[in-house]
Design a protein around this ligand. Structure first.
Ligand code: HEM
Ligand SMILES: *[C@@H]1O[C@H](CO)[C@@H](O)[C@H](O)[C@H]1NC(C)=O
Length: 332
């Protein structure tokens, strides 16, 4: 009798101590970001994402531009937490609906990728990881380098629209401000120059360009580029609904290569930040080096994308695994 009481107390103590220790244990068990985080919980996850990105790219080439742009717009705003993907609700404006996000597209195809992952492993893989891995595969589709990236990000529960402008530079931002904003994420000058190389693909709408054409032409623009720009943007005040744009890199618009650096050295950069990157004395040496060497560009680009993708993630038991990327889960 007394021995069974003893056993009872022993077990009670044991369970109490386990309970008491569990929060500490949970914290210890948070490995942060790691390579192949879903190895045991969803081993096919990375393959499914790769497959989906390839299929989508076959049908809609511009999806790859979006995956690349998304990693900047999500990760640079405080955290890679897929807050970019949330829809506007009655309570809060989404990041997607702010002016800095102008031109972002293809979000419904990100849902296609999420649905494919959910069919295999429901509620296991975060939208934040899908966003980052789709960017990696999109970069490959565009002819860029393959970048090994860690996973284990979790999804945030709220939009960061209210603070977005503190983090995302505007199209006409000074290089000092741009370097400062990226510097806060641990990305140095050559990393910034490499990341802007993303503007070697995709497009810029006339609304972001007309201030360089009307009422007077910006004398810094290469005159050889003007007829094309005027043809694409014939109105000083473009109809915001009309899809009028100029391709970022007329030479190789679909390929992520170092041609961007030749363009900006040639004063054919579309945005003011692009132009200034080639003329600021801090960034110009790197621009020249990347214009000369695609290898150097890819090496720096890979390093900078890695840093960007690891910016302040939610891991362990923070955040949640969203069921649908455009809405936070219902709280019970
Ligand atoms: C100083 C920083 C940056 C500024 C001010 C900036 C601004 C812009 C603007 C205004 C557009 C045109 C959007 C439109 O009219 O549709 C654009 C396009 C784009 N940006 Fe950036 N950007 C910056 C950095 C980056 C970075 C770091 C990346 C990725 C690593 C990136 C990727 C892209 C891509 C891929 C497009 C083309 C999108 C498409 O065609 O759908 N940008 N950017
Ligand atoms: C940048 O452009 C915006 C319009 O898109 C304008 O409101 C703002 O004043 C400009 N900023 C600078 C520093 O020129």
């Amino acid at each position: 009798m007394s021995s069974s009481w003893c056993l009872f107390f022993f077990l009670a103590l044991l369970s109490l101590s386990t309970l008491g220790f569990s929060p500490a244990l949970a914290e210890e068990e948070d490995p942060g970001l790691v390579m192949d985080f879903y190895r045991d919980s969803c081993p096919q996850a990375e393959d499914i994402i790769r497959e989906q990105v390839k299929l989508l790219y076959k049908r809609h080439k511009n999806t790859a531009f979006s995956w690349l742009r998304n990693i900047f717009h999500d990760c640079a705003v405080e955290s890679c937490d897929a807050s970019l993907l949330l829809d506007t609700t009655r309570r809060s404006l989404s990041e997607k609906d702010t002016d800095r996000s102008f031109g972002l597209r293809n979000f419904r195809y990100l849902d296609t990728i999420k649905e494919a992952v959910e069919r295999e492993c429901p509620e296991v893989v975060s939208c934040a990881d899908i966003l980052v891995l789709s960017a990696r595969e999109g970069i490959v589709s565009l002819g860029g380098p393959y970048i090994p990236l860690k996973t284990g990000r979790r999804d945030g529960r709220r939009s960061r629209a209210d603070i977005l402008e503190q983090y995302l530079p505007d199209h006409n931002e000074s290089i000092s401000v741009v370097l400062e904003k990226f510097g806060a994420m641990g990305i140095d000058t050559s990393g910034v120059v490499a990341l802007l190389g993303a503007h070697s693909v995709g497009r810029t709408h006339c609304v972001k360009l007309v201030h360089r054409l009307y009422p007077e032409v910006d004398p810094q623009l290469n005159p050889d580029h003007l007829p094309h720009m005027y043809k694409k943007c014939p109105d000083a005040i473009p109809d915001p609904k009309a899809v009028q744009y100029v391709r970022n890199d007329r030479g190789t618009p679909m390929i992520l290569d170092n041609n961007y650096y030749n363009n900006i050295l040639d004063n054919k950069g579309l945005l003011l930040v692009d132009h200034q990157l080639a003329h600021d004395k801090r960034t110009r040496p790197f621009v020249k080096k990347m214009a000369k060497s695609q290898d150097y560009f890819f090496k720096e680009f890979s390093r900078a994308i890695t840093l960007l993708s690891e910016n302040n993630p939610l891991t362990g038991s923070k955040g949640e695994i969203r069921k649908q990327c455009n809405v936070a889960n219902k709280q019970h």
